[in-house]
Write a protein that binds this ligand. Structure first.
Ligand SMILES: Cc1cc2c(cc1C)[n+](S(=O)(=O)[O-])c1c(=O)[nH]c(=O)nc-1n2C[C@H](O)[C@H](O)[C@H](O)COP(=O)(O)O
Length: 500
């Protein structure tokens, strides 16, 4: 807060404004002044974003990307120059030509009760979210083929429902890594929650508590790890999603802290040695100030790519199978590999001794033309059953889960549960906690109905005979002409162009 020091002792805005260049650079964050003249050279997000706000109040741009404890962690105390008298600081709003129209769209947005399925939240979010936030959440890599395949793959699987089974009482509950949950989905790790809602990931924590499902805490959350854990209530279960840092001492500290704070699973993300190339994200405003951190790869391609790039330069691309025993040695939490994409790697995961895998392509945000989680699951389970290994690990999938029938299909094929990402981000961005609450309740209502209609009263009755998967490996050759693609995922028009 900005009221510890008496006003006259505080720095004045006009003083800060003098330090506004490459040689002498101060910024204001949350009412405090920081000398970032040296730091900006090593800023993962590149130095242009800092110079853009030199001498000014950068809080609004800073907030969604950096957890609150970032400056204490990474900027030497000698550069913390104390408080500024905010009355003397002229607030400079980031000009966004779309903002006025967006406010109009917010006034006209549907009331929450008009959302009947998870795609409704997506449609509303696209209209009411800031363009940069929508770009970051909705983008997939390259031509976004895999992002669309993730959902359309479920359309290639049909049910063979059974009849005349007592389905009066439906029990959707199951266990994930030993934790009982109300319904077989978890909230998967998605970065930068404050891009969509100023409260960030703690909203997902509260929604997960209300519906007794597990939240996977992202390494790249906007909220600090401890804020998200502190938002937990009672014996609410959380997992940690880990991007492995080149500096293993930092990684070890993060893992041990997570275990001490009661995390019940460690999900090592293995499909992102480098964050994918997401063109909507690149087009959005982050690109004009995006990081050029990719130049570390030595190539001279200007890869100033959106928020994703800016926040991921610490990730260790050298991570490999030989490193896994080290992780097994630093924690007693169950360890799972998130982003496994073929059966050979599931076999190897079992042999190396981890407790589970998430069959996932990162929501289509990494390698385009990677297959959907559900298709990989259909490849994996028969091979494990041949070896009688199907119970050796817990298998999850994520990507494109939008209906309870998607969840049911995954469990019929042998998954323990599924991860859901974007739908809860959109619900949170458009309607806050009530949105997340409704999205989860809709899935519960759908799932109870569909379990009844497929002829099962408990999830452990779900099995492959209830499915016809013959169409699963047929991939549409052209970009799927899905209305979703036409109506929702339009290419981001640069707001400046429209303003002309
Ligand atoms: C939508 C989204 C997904 C991200 C995500 C951010 C967003 C906005 N981020 S990312 O910035 O690096 O790409 C993460 C992340 O921090 N770590 C991770 O393991 N997966 C990340 N994922 C992937 C996520 O965990 C699921 O694999 C994916 O969201 C599942 O697909 P749906 O969104 O269709 O449910």
């Amino acid at each position: 807060s900005n009221d510890q020091q008496p006003k006259e002792q505080k720095l004045r805005g006009e003083e800060v404004a003098k330090h506004n260049n490459d040689k002498d650079c101060w910024v204001i964050i949350h009412g405090r002044v920081y000398d970032v003249t040296e730091f900006k050279e090593e800023h993962p997000g590149g130095k242009s974003i800092i110079l853009k706000w030199a001498g000014k109040d950068a809080t609004e741009t800073y907030n969604p990307i950096h957890p609150p404890d970032t400056l204490d962690k990474f900027l030497d105390k000698s550069k913390h120059l104390g408080e500024v008298n905010m009355d003397t600081v002229e607030q400079e709003k980031e000009f966004d030509p779309d903002e006025e129209e967006r406010q109009e769209r917010i006034k006209r947005m549907p009331i929450l009760e008009q959302c009947y399925n998870l795609m409704d939240f997506e449609a509303v979010a696209r209209r009411v979210m800031k363009k940069t936030a929508w770009a970051y959440y909705s983008s997939g890599s390259d031509d976004e083929i895999t992002m669309r395949e993730n959902h359309s793959a479920f359309h290639k699987i049909w049910f063979r429902p059974r009849i005349l089974h007592d389905v009066e009482n439906i029990d959707l509950s199951t266990q994930m890594l030993g934790t009982k949950v109300d319904i077989p989905f978890y909230v998967t790790a998605t970065a930068l929650g404050k891009l969509g809602n100023s409260e960030g990931e703690v909203i997902l924590t509260r929604g997960a508590k209300k519906h007794n499902v597990i939240q996977m805490i992202p390494t790249l959350a906007s909220c600090s790890f401890d804020e998200i854990v502190d938002a937990r209530q009672g014996d609410q279960a959380q997992w940690l999603q880990l991007y492995v840092n080149k500096d293993r001492a930092i990684t070890e500290r993060i893992i041990k802290h997570a275990e001490n704070r009661g995390c019940r699973g460690l999900f090592i993300t293995v499909d992102a040695p480098q964050l994918g190339r997401r063109e909507k994200d690149m087009r959005s405003k982050f690109s004009d100030v995006g990081s050029n951190v990719q130049n570390t790869g030595g190539d001279n391609v200007d890869r100033s790519q959106g928020a994703a790039r800016a926040i991921s330069s610490f990730i260790d691309p050298s991570l490999s199978w030989k490193d896994i025993p080290w992780f097994l040695g630093v924690t007693s939490m169950p360890i799972l590999l998130k982003g496994v994409q073929r059966v050979e790697d599931v076999i190897r995961a079992i042999e190396v001794g981890v407790q589970g895998v998430v069959l996932s392509n990162h929501g289509g945000r990494q390698l385009d033309f990677a297959r959907s989680g559900i298709e990989v699951l259909a490849e994996v389970m028969p091979v494990l059953r041949e070896r009688n290994w199907q119970d050796r690990i817990e298998i999850y999938i994520d990507g494109g889960i939008r209906r309870s029938t998607d969840i049911i299909k995954a469990l019929c094929l042998g998954a323990r549960g599924v991860g859901i990402g974007r739908p809860f981000l959109y619900a949170m961005s458009a309607y806050g906690l009530p949105g997340v609450d409704r999205a989860m309740q809709l899935l519960k209502d759908e799932m109870e109905m569909n379990m009844r209609l497929i002829g099962c009263s408990k999830v452990d009755q779900l099995n492959p005979t209830l499915l016809d998967t013959r169409g699963l490996s047929m991939h549409s050759t052209s970009v799927p002409a899905d209305t979703l693609g036409m109506t929702i995922y339009d290419p981001l028009v640069n707001p400046q162009e429209k303003a002309k």
